[in-house]
Design a protein around this ligand. Structure first.
Ligand SMILES: [Fe+2]
Ligand SMILES: [Fe+2]
Length: 306
C-alpha cells in the first residue's frame, strides 16, 4: 500500500496531470463527426511511412491501391493500439488496486484508465468507419499480452507503456500535421496525441521511481524482458493481413516490408524518443541492446558504449 508520506514527490506530478486532464480532455463520441464521409482517395498515413514504400511491390500498385493500403496500415496500427490499451488498462487497474486511493498517483491511474477506455472506443469506431480488415493481434501477441497485463510490475508496465505510447505518438504527430491525409485519421491522431502526452509524463515519473528500487540482477532481467516486449510490440504494430486489401500475398509482402530500409527507418524514428530515454536511464545497455540494434530499433539514436 502506498502512503502519502513516501509518494509525495511523485504525487505532485500526478496532481498536475490530474488537473490538466480535468481541463483538457476530449469526448470522441461528441468531438468527432462520425457521419462525415471519408475523403475519396486520401492516404491514411504519409506514403513514405507505408511499409512497402520504395519497393518493387509498391511500384506495382496503382495510386488507388497505395491509398487503400495506407488506410489499412493505419487501421492495423489502430487495432494494435486497442490491444495495447487493454493490456495497459489491466496493468493500471492492478496498480490502483495496491495504491492508496486518496493519493493523486492512484487517482491519476484511474483517470488514465478512463482516457484509454475512450481511446479504445474511438479506435474501434475509426477502424469500423474505414472498413479496416484487421481487428486482432497475432495468436502469440494475444497470449503474451494477456500474461503481460496480468503479471508484470511497475517497471515493465510503465516502460512498456512508454515504448508503445511513444511509437504511436510519433506516428500520429506526423499524421495530424499532414493536411493531405484522411481528416478522420488526423482528428483521431490529434485527440490521442494530446491525452497521451500526460500518460507518457506519468509513466516516466513512475518508471524512474520503480527502476531505482532494483538491484543489478533484477535490472538485467528487466532489460531482457523489456527487449522481448519491444520486439513483440513492434511486430504487432502492423498485421500482415493488411496486404490482402490490395491483392498481395501477406507472407511475401511481409518479407519485403521486413527488409525495406524505408520501413525500418520509420519504425526506428518512431521508437527514438523511448529508446533515448531508456538508454539515458541505463535500461537499454549491455547484451540485450545488441538484440535491439539487430532489429533496427536503435537506428535513429547515437551509438552508445555497451
Ligand atoms: Fe490511448
Ligand atoms: Fe495512453
Amino acid at each position: 500500500m502506498t502512503t502519502n508520506a513516501d509518494s509525495a514527490p511523485s504525487d505532485r506530478v500526478a496532481e498536475r496531470l490530474q488537473r490538466s486532464s480535468a481541463k483538457h480532455s476530449y469526448d470522441p463520441d461528441v468531438d468527432i463527426d462520425w457521419d462525415a464521409p471519408l475523403v475519396d482517395g486520401a492516404y491514411g498515413k504519409p506514403a513514405h511511412r507505408c511499409s512497402l514504400y520504395g519497393t518493387p511491390l509498391w511500384e506495382g500498385l496503382s495510386e488507388r491501391q497505395r491509398a487503400e493500403l495506407s488506410m489499412q496500415e493505419l487501421g492495423a496500427s489502430t487495432a494494435s493500439g486497442v490491444w495495447f490499451e487493454l493490456i495497459l488498462m489491466q496493468g493500471l487497474t492492478r496498480y490502483a488496486y495496491s495504491a492508496d486511493p486518496t493519493s493523486h498517483r492512484a487517482q491519476y491511474a484511474l483517470t488514465e484508465i478512463a482516457d484509454e477506455c475512450r481511446h479504445s472506443t474511438m479506435f474501434g469506431k475509426a477502424i469500423d468507419k474505414i472498413d479496416g480488415i484487421v481487428h486482432r493481434p497475432s495468436r502469440f501477441g494475444h497470449r503474451a499480452g494477456k500474461l503481460f497485463g496480468a503479471v508484470v510490475g511497475p517497471t515493465l508496465l510503465f516502460s512498456g507503456a512508454i515504448y508503445v505510447e511513444e511509437l504511436a505518438d510519433a506516428m500520429q504527430r506526423e499524421i495530424m500535421r499532414d493536411e493531405s491525409l484522411q481528416p478522420l485519421g488526423r482528428m483521431v491522431s490529434r485527440i490521442h496525441v494530446l491525452e497521451e502526452a500526460r500518460h507518457i509524463s506519468f509513466a516516466k515519473d513512475e518508471l524512474e521511481r520503480a527502476w531505482r528500487s532494483h538491484g543489478p540482477l533484477a535490472r538485467e532481467a528487466l532489460r531482457w524482458a523489456l527487449t522481448g516486449m519491444m520486439l513483440v510490440a513492434t511486430e504487432e504494430f502492423l498485421h500482415p493481413k493488411v496486404y490482402t486489401s490490395v491483392g498481395l500475398d501477406p507472407r511475401e509482402a511481409k518479407r519485403v516490408a521486413d527488409s525495406n530500409p524505408h520501413w525500418r527507418q520509420a519504425k526506428a524514428d518512431w521508437a527514438r524518443k523511448a529508446v533515448e530515454l531508456f538508454a539515458d536511464m541505463g535500461i537499454i545497455r549491455g547484451p540485450s541492446s545488441a538484440v535491439l540494434r539487430r532489429a533496427g530499433l536503435l537506428d535513429s539514436v547515437q551509438r552508445r558504449p555497451a
